[in-house]
Design a protein around this ligand. Structure first.
Ligand code: PMP
Length: 282
């Protein structure tokens, strides 16, 4: 059985004790990260760890390790569980204290994590997936990778029940992102995506995609686009740590372009694959 991470130690799942007063349960008072593992290597680990620390900082949780120590911990965790292709999940909560909304004067943050073997979603990457528009009812600090995911969960469930892979969230007419992904449209050779502000999570995959666009000389405009513009895009993409550069071939019952993954999407996928096969231990 894989070991789990608890406050810096690798322990057996059955030995884990979490307080019923943990603020993660009571308030979703914590943040998390998911890091991909390819061929035993952590992918873009530094970026994920930086974001983990940034999110914690934004909600005033102090992570009791230096980034280097934490990085090594995650690296060892993947190694101890022998993960080849998979992912690491890690979260930190403000800790356990008698339930009251304001921060407790004394609480020790609790870090837990687990690893999991999971293959790349090759079939979907080849065929593309479908998505549906759903109103974005989340709070106004979507830049924080918060454990509070009810708005995301409800939208994903609605999409899932109707047979869609993802929801394309929108505030009024403006497309923001997915429930657990970033969204991009490509029109006349230019890639459009919502700017990285408080209304979206600045995905690590998003940052890689923007770098790849520069390498491939695909012009990028980080500006909000509307639902109507989305439907008129030549190509549409969603991205995340687990779904990589995923073509969206239809929104609702409306086909995007020819209803198959487009040329620039394929180029970005190929360039992304080249990155993950670099195989540098990080
Ligand atoms: N937006 C949201 C709301 C997400 O949950 C995720 C996935 N964690 C993303 C975007 C994509 O981020 P990343 O590429 O870092 O996985």
């Amino acid at each position: 059985m894989d070991l789990i991470l608890h406050n810096g130690e690798f322990i057996r799942e059955e030995d884990l004790v979490i307080s019923r007063e943990d603020r993660g349960y009571q308030f979703g008072d914590g943040i998390y990260e998911v890091i991909r593992v390819y061929d035993g290597n952590l992918f873009t680990a530094k970026e994920h760890i930086d974001r983990f620390y940034d999110s914690a900082d934004k909600i005033k949780i102090v992570i009791p390790y230096t980034k280097d120590v934490f990085h090594k911990m995650i690296y060892d965790f993947v190694e101890v569980n022998n993960i080849e292709t998979g992912q690491v999940y890690v979260q930190i909560t403000r800790g356990a204290a008698e339930r009251q909304h304001q921060f407790p004067t004394q609480a020790t943050p609790v870090i837990i994590g687990n690893t999991k073997s999971v293959e790349r979603p090759i079939a979907s990457l080849n065929s593309g997936v479908t998505a549906k528009f759903i109103e974005d009812i989340r709070w106004l600090r979507c830049d924080i990778k918060s454990l509070n995911l009810l708005g995301n969960v409800l939208a994903k469930q609605e999409a899932y029940e109707e047979g869609f892979f993802e929801a394309i969230l929108h505030r009024g007419e403006t497309v923001t992102e997915g429930c657990s992904s970033n969204m991009y449209g490509i029109k006349n050779g230019t890639l459009y995506t919502h700017p990285a502000n408080n209304l979206i999570l600045n995905g690590i995959t998003r940052r890689v995609i923007l770098e790849l666009c520069e390498e491939l000389e695909i012009p990028v405009e980080e500006r909000p686009f509307t639902k109507t513009e989305a439907l008129e895009m030549d190509e549409f993409i969603m991205s995340s740590t687990t779904t990589e550069v995923m073509p969206v071939v239809a929104i609702g019952d409306h086909k995007i372009g020819q209803g198959v993954p487009g040329e620039l999407t394929r180029k970005l996928q190929t360039a992304f694959e080249a990155r993950i096969q670099v195989g540098v231990k990080s």
